[in-house]
Design a binder for this molecule. Structure first.
Ligand code: NCD
Length: 310
């Protein structure tokens, strides 16, 4: 495995290998001295053309804790803002001899394009509305840690599905792991055709969150992505919160064992109430914690593990 561009790059066995290695990495994360020599002498550039808190800092920590040299770049403050083309920018970085670029970009497909222009390993850290594979892997890791094997488990993915790269990667990942998925959204935010994702025989759709909640093992609330919305996808924020938000009242419809996930950043009071975000069933901070371990595992498998092309 050389790149991680899409969850379609990984089969079930590879997903399980990454999740299993992440368990070991999670132990390192809880040590006083968080350092493995594994990637000593390797160089990783985190190139984020779009804003990020969790993903960028966890990729940086993952690299540092594995002894790689890491550098962070953003669109602002690089020659991109002087009009340099994406191709020239990434070929410039590549010419310095880096081993990996972790790319977040507002254009769907940008990381795959960059993989063709450069000789280093490329990790997609979120591209437009397309995919966010490391997020799907950390979501799976977090749900498995609480629920065990996801085979046959029922996961509802709720909210702004049209604009969500987290959804698209999760559909592929959860299908590989044998989970049953129900997509819940208002009709205006339910994707009409979701390309390679729609050949899944594993997912159902619903417009009624209240009908779905009583049978879930996990509910994944997705952010309302206003920055990707040109027009009005719902009448008012209040109406959205009442109809599709995980409100305090709806918490009572969840089975006791069921867990709540949200990739962050959360709009409290819109797609998720403060009570739901902070409930004992909420795994939001477990997801953040798992994010570092899972990204350490991804770096390991791409740059050092058996089967890496390096
Ligand atoms: C997600 C993203 O950027 O795609 N966040 C994340 O990486 N944790 C989801 C979002 O922005 O809503």
């Amino acid at each position: 495995m050389r790149h991680l561009l899409s969850m379609a790059d990984l089969d079930r066995a590879e997903i399980l290998r990454i999740l299993d290695t992440a368990v070991t990495m999670h132990e390192v994360q809880h040590r006083e001295v968080k350092k493995l020599p594994t990637l000593r002498g390797r160089t990783i550039i985190n190139f984020f053309f779009e804003d990020s808190t969790r993903t960028r800092s966890s990729f940086e920590l993952a690299g540092k804790w594995m002894s790689a040299d890491t550098i962070n770049l953003t669109g602002k403050g690089t020659s991109v803002s002087k009009g340099e083309s994406l191709r020239d920018t990434v070929r410039t970085i590549d010419a310095m001899g880096v081993d990996m670029m972790v790319i977040r970009h507002m254009a769907s497909g940008a990381p795959a394009q960059i993989a063709q222009w450069t000789g280093c390993s490329i990790v997609n850290a979120g591209d437009g509305t397309h995919e966010h594979p490391s997020q799907a892997l950390l979501d799976a890791y977090t749900m498995r840690a609480r629920l065990g094997d996801l085979e046959g488990r029922h996961v509802a993915i709720v909210g702004d599905l049209t604009h969500s790269r987290v959804l698209r990667s999760n559909l592929l990942c959860l299908r590989s792991l044998g989970a049953r998925v129900t997509l819940v959204a208002p009709p205006t935010l339910m994707p009409s055709g979701i390309g390679p994702w729609s050949d899944t025989d594993g997912f159902a759709t619903s417009y009624e969150l209240d009908d779905v909640l009583p049978s879930v093992d996990a509910v994944m609330m997705l952010r309302v992505q206003r920055e990707r919305m040109g027009g009005g996808f719902f009448p008012t924020a209040r109406e959205y919160a009442v109809t599709y938000g995980l409100t305090t009242a709806r918490l009572r419809r969840l089975p006791e064992h069921a867990v709540i996930c949200h990739p962050g950043p959360m709009n409290r009071g819109l797609e998720i109430s403060g009570d739901a975000a902070d409930a004992a069933q909420s795994l939001v901070l477990d997801q953040v914690s798992a994010g570092v371990a899972v990204r350490m595992s991804i770096l390991y498998h791409l740059l050092a593990g058996e089967g890496s092309d390096q």
